[in-house]
Design a protein around this ligand. Structure first.
Ligand SMILES: Nc1ncnc2c1ncn2[C@@H]1O[C@H](COP(=O)(O)OP(=O)(O)O)[C@@H](O)[C@H]1O
Ligand SMILES: [Mg+2]
Length: 261
């Protein structure tokens, strides 16, 4: 059986700690205000909120695609704001982000796409030129096995269905060996069955492999089914952060009611 054994369950404890996170864009728009959120190993948190409530801004601030204008992001206890250059790059390696679209390289094989996730851990001339490190192939097969797509390893990525492509994107994220997996609307372009499959996968990665998972969703019923905790964002403010079983339908509905102007 090719592929690596399932990765060891990660150490427990808080993996992502966000304190007073604020993001004011250059045009003066404040998209996030003093947001606090902690996510532990093995936990799955789903973020809900209407369009424009700041969900993607939050994800981008955490992974460093946005530079927050205030507050701190700690990953595995290290404050990213205190780091720069190579130290910052390394401190961000435990963070992997998947998005609505899998963004695979369509003409390359599924396996090659998964191996790409490992490139951040290799900084050689060969990898800079796009060559895949041979020693990453075996683990990449393991990640494909983990997402149930080992049989498609040699297939061109462009031939996959939307649901398969998103599971390959998850395998590519796993090749980064993250502690924290961020997923920004990962099922928004999938049919209900494929969406459920991706959500089951994310849930399993939290429960069995100990990843801290933060997932943005637009489907409250999927959120309630899979999340440990629900976080509600409204106009860049945290409305609630509670165990999923304690969040009422009124609380969820309140996120989607337009503000009085
Ligand atoms: N680069 C940007 N410059 C200015 N405003 C932005 C930028 N990106 C997002 N915004 C604004 O910030 C708010 C939150 O956006 P976003 O985080 O994308 O929301 P969501 O993901 O919840 O739909 C929106 O009002 C959006 O228009
Ligand atoms: Mg968004």
């Amino acid at each position: 059986m090719p592929g690596a054994a399932r990765p060891a369950v990660r150490a427990s404890g808080v993996k992502l700690a966000v304190r007073d996170l604020t993001m004011c864009y250059e045009n003066g728009h404040t998209a996030l205000s003093n947001l606090n959120l902690s996510v532990s190993a093995g936990e799955m948190v789903v973020v809900l909120g209407s369009n424009g409530s700041g969900k993607s801004t939050f994800m981008k601030c955490v992974v460093g695609l946005n530079r927050p204008t205030g507050g701190s992001v700690k990953v595995a206890g290290r404050d990213l704001a205190a780091l720069s250059g190579e130290a910052l790059r390394r401190a961000r390696l435990p963070l992997a982000l998947i998005s609505q679209h899998a963004n695979l390289v369509k003409r390359r094989s599924v396996l090659a796409n998964v191996c790409c996730g490992a490139l951040g851990r290799h900084r050689t001339l060969a990898t800079a030129l796009g060559r895949l490190p041979r020693k990453e192939i075996e683990p990449a097969l393991g990640y494909l096995d983990e997402v149930g797509l080992l049989h498609l390893a040699r297939q061109r990525a462009g031939t996959l269905s939307g649901g398969q492509a998103q599971r390959v994107a998850v395998a590519r994220a796993l090749a980064q060996r993250p502690d924290v997996l961020l997923a920004d609307e990962p099922v928004a372009s999938l049919d209900p069955e494929a969406a459920d499959e991706v959500m089951r996968l994310l849930r399993r990665l939290a429960t069995e492999d100990g990843l801290a998972v933060v997932c943005v969703l637009h489907q409250p019923e999927l959120a309630a089914r899979y999340a440990d905790r629900l976080v509600g964002l409204r106009s860049g403010l945290l409305e609630f952060d509670q165990p999923a079983s304690e969040v009422s339908s009124q609380q969820i509905a309140s996120l989607y009611i337009a503000e009085a102007s």
